[in-house]
Design a protein around this ligand. Sequence first.
Ligand SMILES: NC(=O)c1ccc[n+]([C@@H]2O[C@H](COP(=O)([O-])OP(=O)(O)OC[C@H]3O[C@@H](n4cnc5c(N)ncnc54)[C@H](OP(=O)(O)O)[C@@H]3O)[C@@H](O)[C@H]2O)c1
Length: 287
Amino acid sequence: MKKILVYVTPDKRSSFFDIVVAYDSQFDVVVPYSLIDEDEVSDIIHNCVFTRHPKNLKNTAIFFGGDDPTASKKLFDAARTILEGLPEDSSVSICLEPKGASTTASACVGKIREALGGKLSGAKSLVLAGTGPVGQRIALLLAKEGSEVSISSRSKNRAASVCSRLSDEYGLEVDGVEISGEDSLAYALMECDVVVSCGSKGVRLLPKSVWSGNGSVKVFADVNAVPPYGIDGIQPYDDCVEREGRLFIGPLTIGSLKMKIHRSMVEKLFESNRQVFDIFEIYSLSE
Ligand SMILES: NC(=O)c1ccc[n+]([C@@H]2O[C@H](COP(=O)([O-])OP(=O)(O)OC[C@H]3O[C@@H](n4cnc5c(N)ncnc54)[C@H](OP(=O)(O)O)[C@@H]3O)[C@@H](O)[C@H]2O)c1
């Protein structure tokens, strides 16, 4: 029985990365559907569940990808609702992984949890440039773990609109702060336990002069794998490396765990026909 992954995205282009990982995770065929809107989801679901005998449906799964997490989540939520209305054996597994963000965030927060000895609750966290897909998901996971989380942006309005969307979509509260220079950056870092750098590729967000002068931060993590890295002085393979009394987690250490989580999730999709992986289920794979 061939293992088939249906790759659904609201974007024009399917993600080459996600498709390669699917083939490398033992799917035989990947069927990309692009420019999909919510009205088309039920047809895709019905085509998946009614083409194979129920006992074979674990060999079909649907992956929701895309560059805009909110647009992809709308498709995923529509699929989940439709599947919940079908008989239990007439189902297929689904996952939501827009822009690689949930697996990256899960790896990053998993590593931070490890650095803090397993306890994130009560920690104060700052997600620098947390308005992108990866930063938003890191903020969600830290908040879910009981951390008090702020995300920063160059724009107060952008930070506020992301926080309000995360609250609407996931019911978790995150604060938004504007950072416009080294003074506001140093101020935002004050009393933080955890700082995660989540800016675009090759954007340095945190100079050493600022982090070195701060006494509270215990863990620095950076997901930007393209030099210059987001945090001055961090090394890509840092795996809880100590510098000046703080622990550093570099982007390639996070990237390597991210790949393990991504493959593990894709493989689990065909363990049964009723697997559902959104951000928190994906995060559980980091344990
Ligand atoms: N390590 C891994 O395995 C892995 C996997 C996937 C992605 N990544 C990396 O994770 C990072 C975040 O990904 P993403 O898709 O969430 O990023 P993104 O959307 O490209 O950017 C995140 C935020 O960076 C800020 N930003 C952009 N240009 C900037 C500039 N010139 N100066 C200061 N801030 C700037 C923006 O925030 P504001 O406009 O709100 O200020 C933006 O919302 C990227 O570096 C990506 O390459 C790593």
